[in-house]
Design a protein around this ligand. Structure first.
Ligand SMILES: [Fe+2]
Length: 149
C-alpha cells in the first residue's frame, strides 16, 4: 500500500531523538491513510487522528521546552506555526463527519506542512543547537525522556 509521506535523509536534523519523533509523525499520517484505504470505520479513523493530535502536542511541547532551555531565537514565530498545525489537525477531527473520511488532500497538506516546517523552522533551531556549546550535563536523550518517555 502506498504511503502518503516517505522519510528522506534530507529531513534528518542530526539529533536522533528529534528525527525519531518526526519519523513517528510521518508514520501516524501514513496510518491514517492506510486506514482510509482499508475502509476502516469512523471510530478507527477518529482514534488515529486523536493519536496524531496527542503525539503532535507532546512532540511540539518537547521541542518548545528544548528551544526555551537552550535560548533558541525566534521561539514565538516557531510556536505560532506549531499552534497552526495542531489547530488544523483538531479541526479535521471535529469535522470528520459520519463516514469518517479524511481526504487525501488533507493528508497531503499535513505532509507538506511538516516537511517544510522541518526543513526551515526545525532546521534553524538544529543549526543553533549545533553551534552552541552544550551546557554541562545536558543530554538530549534525557531531556526528551521527560516528555515522550
Ligand atoms: Fe517545530
Amino acid at each position: 500500500m502506498a504511503d502518503v509521506v516517505t522519510w528522506d535523509e534530507r529531513y534528518a536534523l542530526g539529533f536522533d531523538e528529534i528525527d525519531a519523533q518526526h519519523q513517528a509523525l510521518f508514520t501516524l499520517i501514513n496510518d491514517i491513510w492506510h486506514a482510509q484505504v482499508r475502509g476502516a470505520d469512523r471510530a478507527t479513523v477518529d482514534a488515529l487522528i486523536g493519536r496524531l493530535e496527542r503525539y503532535t502536542r507532546e512532540h511540539f511541547a518537547a521541542e518548545e521546552a528544548l528551544m526555551r532551555s537552550e535560548g533558541c531565537p525566534e521561539i514565538a514565530a516557531h510556536l505560532a506555526e506549531h499552534q497552526q498545525f495542531i489547530h488544523r489537525v483538531a479541526l479535521e477531527r471535529e469535522h470528520l463527519g459520519e463516514r469518517g473520511v479524511v481526504s487525501l488532500d488533507m493528508l497531503h497538506f499535513l505532509r507538506d506542512w511538516l516537511v517544510s516546517h522541518i526543513l526551515r523552522a526545525d532546521a534553524a533551531y538544529a543549526r543553533f543547537l549545533e553551534q552552541g556549546t552544550p551546557r554541562p550535563g545536558f543530554a538530549l536523550s534525557r531531556f526528551f525522556t521527560r516528555f515522550l518517555g
